[in-house]
Ligand binder design. Structure first.
Ligand code: ZN
Length: 444
């Protein structure tokens, strides 16, 4: 691979739409047939809907294929073969990887992969990293616990695949990881936005190191939306003196999207390897035009052990109305993942997306990175409490900061909040994925 080549796969990433769609149709039929013929779960789902692989003649026909929900995957796993259940399409002895979902709610879903699937994971990540400027000369530090979640495991293999040198930061604690980055002059790293900000805090407060003085040039984020929330991205970029890129993926799906070096305000969908459809949450209609939000239905074309065919991800996205200046023809989703269909909730009759609150809090200078939102019922009305922290030098400007926060919240979310202010360090800290939004109304 030539270092100056901007695309990991120049053929696929610049394919014209007509050819790309023909390829997608062919690949969809292949994985649909595979699932139909090898998984008892999929076979009975499709038989009940009266659809077979021969019925798929156009991209529109795909909309008739039933979607699969995460709750179904939990039921499947009560069946044989243990522990995956009857969506497994290969003999159990062909499975080489066990992972489980890391979602913040509900029972985890187990995910089997074959070695071929695992190589496919690495290939998906190779697109991401190459698009974000990773090259063989990079030394990539991975500050990740290498546990039961797929997360940066696949990023690790993807970085190796494109020729980077990879340093697994496994069981080291945060301070030790920072010192290792300093010692080895690592040039890139991958982490959740929560952890990227947390590491910067530890570097400054415990070690007296300015993270921007380290050699990190680029950071790939995953696991949370933060790198597409501009105020959070800005905090990470200025703390580390590095470019910060977003990527969205999921255990049950794969690594399906990436921000490129153009940072044009969206994520490219890897359309050569995935089919992304956006479904209107009220009517069920498939949205093809830009600017209308819906939830993502996604198919991974090449994953065989436990296929992902029209999986209802509950991620809320919308197509961008512009092409990316980088030259890729892969479509962009604007602003990354905008929220979860489950999280976007009505409060006092107004639609509220937790990521909007994050955008506001991280945009107010003088507030810390942590915050907590609690929605409760008080009598018949909803009450929202927002807890934030002051950074140390900001306590004296308290009144101005409070005024700005109230104004921005009102402007961006059209709601009133009970605000509680704390000093830095008082709110809970999270190592990997954060749970900052707590809706207690259903429990009441
Ligand atoms: Zn681009």
């Amino acid at each position: 691979m030539i270092d100056t080549q901007p695309f990991w796969n120049p053929f696929l990433e610049t394919l014209d739409r007509e050819k790309l769609q023909r390829l997608q149709l062919r690949k969809f039929k292949r994985i649909f047939k595979w699932a139909y013929e090898h998984s008892r779960f999929h076979r009975s789902l499709y038989d009940r809907a009266g659809i077979t692989p021969n019925d798929i003649r156009s991209l529109d026909d795909i909309h008739r294929v039933p979607t699969v929900e995460k709750s179904m995957m939990r039921d499947i796993q009560r069946k044989d073969p243990f522990p995956y259940g009857d969506a497994l399409c290969v003999p159990l002895e062909d499975v080489t990887e066990f992972r489980q979902t890391s979602g913040t709610t509900g029972q985890p879903v187990y995910q089997p992969d074959t070695w071929q699937d695992w190589e496919w994971w690495a290939e998906c990540w190779a697109y991401i990293l190459w698009a974000q400027g990773y090259r063989p000369r990079d030394r990539v530090f991975i500050p990740f616990g290498y546990n039961i979640f797929v997360a940066f495991w696949a990023g690790h293999y993807g970085a190796e695949k494109i020729g980077c040198e990879v340093v697994p930061g496994g069981v080291l604690d945060t301070a030790a990881r920072i010192l290792k980055i300093q010692e080895l002059k690592a040039t890139a790293m991958m982490a959740t936005p929560t952890y990227v900000l947390g590491m910067a805090d530890v570097a400054r407060t415990q070690l007296g190191i300015d993270p921007a003085s380290l050699s990190i040039e680029k950071i790939t984020c995953a696991g949370e939306c933060g790198a597409s929330i501009l105020t959070t991205k800005h905090r990470m970029e200025s703390a580390w003196g590095a470019r910060v890129y977003d990527h969205a993926g999921a255990t049950e799906i794969g690594a399906w999207s990436y921000e490129c070096q153009a940072q044009s305000g969206g994520l490219h969908v890897n359309e050569g390897l995935f089919l992304v459809e956006i479904q209107d949450m009220d009517t069920g209609e498939i949205i093809t035009e830009p600017g209308r939000r819906g939830k993502m239905i996604i198919t991974a074309f090449d994953r065989i052990a436990q296929p992902c065919v029209r999986f209802d991800s509950k991620d809320v996205i919308e197509w961008a109305d512009y092409a990316c200046p980088c030259g890729r023809t892969y479509r962009l989703i604007k602003g990354g993942i905008l929220g979860r269909a489950d999280d976007i909730t009505k409060v006092k009759g107004v639609l509220l997306s937790p990521s909007t609150i994050e955008e506001v809090v991280r945009g107010v200078e003088g507030l810390g990175n942590e915050y907590e939102v609690i929605v409760e019922k008080q009598g018949d009305t909803d009450r929202i409490t927002l807890k934030v922290e002051f950074v140390r030098e900001a306590e004296t400007r308290r009144a101005d900061i409070e005024r700005e926060l109230v104004g921005q919240l009102r402007l961006k979310t059209n709601l009133r909040y009970d605000l509680q202010f704390f000093s830095l360090g008082a709110l809970p800290r999270y190592e990997v994925k954060a749970r900052r939004f707590k809706d207690l109304r259903s429990k009441a």
